[in-house]
Design a protein around this ligand. Structure first.
Ligand SMILES: C[S@@+](CC[C@H](N)C(=O)[O-])C[C@H]1O[C@@H](n2cnc3c(N)ncnc32)[C@H](O)[C@@H]1O
Length: 269
């Protein structure tokens, strides 16, 4: 099992909740645009707190199914429609040519073996099935408004330290941008992407998510030498101040479809 950088803290539940509140509306819009509906067989990889799996279950109904996996499936609940499986997308097999939809959000970004995992996800698609990835370009995080320019400077230091910690743990902090080519190279068709960034004012869900991250990774952030404990206190104060507004990370949805009529020896192998 890999060492997911945010996995080992007691703040995981709060992190999941803030993340879902920030990202779910856009994810659900993207899934709707792919046509998810009654009878679909869906796979959500690295399902975290389960909000996407539970939403999918409502769309596919009892004639469909949702398999949701995670290396740490404690936030996931089985139902008549949802099957929960402890599963490592890097090392564990998946059924092949099975799913109408395979989705993963903010999972591959963290995994050094992301391309191997992606190929496994693509092989799990039935011919004609859709892949949807939701990933960040983590380098895109800007101060949009502040009453104190120094607070913006300190935040920029924090952001640089955060990206450094993620990279030290094996993340590709620009995976949101790199995913498009990776999906094309695996032979999917009708490949598309949509990028979005939205203001995260202090005190809101996005700012709370960043505040939680600053606490989850405090030791590693200080270990980079790029920020001090005083900087982190300052960042947390800013993130609680509605006058301090940052742009969210650039959130990039990338999708593609397994061609109809391909053979078992196709590109994703
Ligand atoms: C940033 S969270 C995203 C959770 C969820 N996809 C969401 O967007 O709400 C990343 C999730 O991936 C899971 N994860 C990390 N490594 C994994 C792996 N190798 N295989 C499957 N899941 C993994 C973590 O346990 C965590 O739940």
């Amino acid at each position: 099992m890999n060492d997911y950088v945010f996995g080992a803290t007691d703040l995981v539940d709060q992190q999941r909740e803030a993340m879902q509140r920030c990202l779910d509306p856009n994810t659900f819009t993207q899934l709707e645009s792919l046509g998810v509906g009654p009878g679909w067989r869906c796979l959500d990889v690295g399902g975290g707190g389960g909000s996407v799996a539970n939403w999918l279950a409502r769309q596919v109904g009892t004639t469909g199914s949702v398999l949701v996996t995670d290396t740490a499936p404690d936030g996931l609940r089985s139902t008549e429609i949802v099957e929960v499986r402890q599963h490592d997308i890097v090392t564990d097999d998946l059924p092949e040519a099975e799913f109408d939809l395979v989705h993963a959000r903010l999972v591959l970004l963290h995994l050094p073996e992301r391309r191997r995992a992606l190929a496994r996800m693509v092989r799990a698609l039935r011919p004609g099935g859709w892949l949807l990835l939701g990933e960040f370009d983590c380098t895109w995080l800007r101060v949009l408004a502040t009453t104190d320019p120094e607070a913006g400077v300190v935040f920029a230091r924090f952001h640089r330290a955060l990206c450094t910690v993620l990279e030290q743990a094996g993340a590709d902090v620009r995976w949101g941008v790199h995913a498009y080519q990776a999906v094309r190279e695996l032979g999917l068709v009708e490949v598309g992407s949509l990028a979005r960034a939205t203001p995260w004012p202090g005190g809101g869900d996005g700012a709370r998510w960043l505040d939680i991250n600053s606490r989850q990774l405090e030791d590693q952030l200080l270990g980079t030498g790029l920020v001090t404990a005083g900087d982190l206190d300052g960042v947390r104060a800013s993130l609680g101040d509605p006058a301090f507004v940052v742009s969210s990370y650039l959130t990039i949805s990338t999708w593609g479809r397994r061609p109809l009529g391909d053979t078992p020896g196709w590109a994703a192998r």
